[in-house]
Design a binder for this molecule. Sequence first.
Ligand SMILES: [Zn+2]
Length: 373
Amino acid sequence: MCSCFVRLLVHVSNTALSLRDLIVDGAWNLSGLYTMLPSSIVEALLSLSPSLDAHLLDAWVWSPNRAGVYTAATAYQWLLQQRGLVVTGGDWQWLWKIRASEKVRVLIWFILHDALQVNSVRFRCHLAASPQCSRCSHPVEDVLHCLRDCLHSHEIWLHLQAFGWPQFNVSEVVTWIQSQVRGPHSTLFVSALWGLWRCWNERVLGEAKWTLHYTYSWIWNEEKEYDQYLAKSQERILGPLQIDRWKPPASAFVSLTIDGAYDHTQRRMGMGGVVRDQHGVWQFGFCAGMLEGDPLAAELSALRLQECASMFMDIHLLLARQWDIRLRHISREANGPADCLTGYGASQQCAFTYFDNPSDIVVPLLSQDVLTL
Ligand SMILES: [Zn+2]
């Protein structure tokens, strides 16, 4: 309601008071208020026309957030606005998604905000007598000089053969960082970035003097450990690598596996399906190709194709029939025969082909499914 800062002592009898107690018939009734409010606040309150929804309970609402919920981000923006500072923002989502540890992400965040304490920044903050590089006496030690161009850093990157990497030699630091963390050597790059920053700290501010050889070995070791860490994280999220296989249906049931595909370059859809019994024995198969369409239409058409074979009428009718039907999404590895027929249908542009017996192209895939049962 008010953006001014007022520290109030709330009267003990008002601690459980809610807005609903002070608003009667759409108007303020402050007679139940024993807390001494400054006249400016009372005037501000009375200038508002209160409106209450009888169906909603009183609740704390954080107005800087349109959802009414307090978040650190909206609080930070609100505080900046109170100080008259412009919220420049910027899209930093990409930074927090890069394949790097949290410490490296924070390091990069400092770099991108021109806040990494290299000598030019320390000089600006009156923490250093000069912006000069203390290692090679270059007039200005900015981020690019410290982490890439200074003799010691340059030597390390040279050993890593980084100067041949795409956009490694750009003169703008944000482009340099973005291109490398998204590039083909991202793991090595972030390991080297962290290693070189540690090296700078040890050599300039610390006691230990990292040699060129030690820094180089440290970076390679860091990259190796980092690769292992990423592999473990992925396994923790996705579970151990498992190859999906075709699973036969229960006795007296049949398995229908279908697939659809869309070739963007040829603008062509392909559909295919295979029906097998619990022993993996072929019952029948089908495929078709069609011009135009899209990937979703291709997948759906793979089901509806069977209408042409007078087996099914419509997907909804199919599911509504009085039978026991179970739908399951399977990976491409477990759907080899249908995937193969789909590709065949797309390449032939055939309207519809029905297979009483398996064609030669799917026989090896059917055998593989049976062998892995
Ligand atoms: Zn230097």
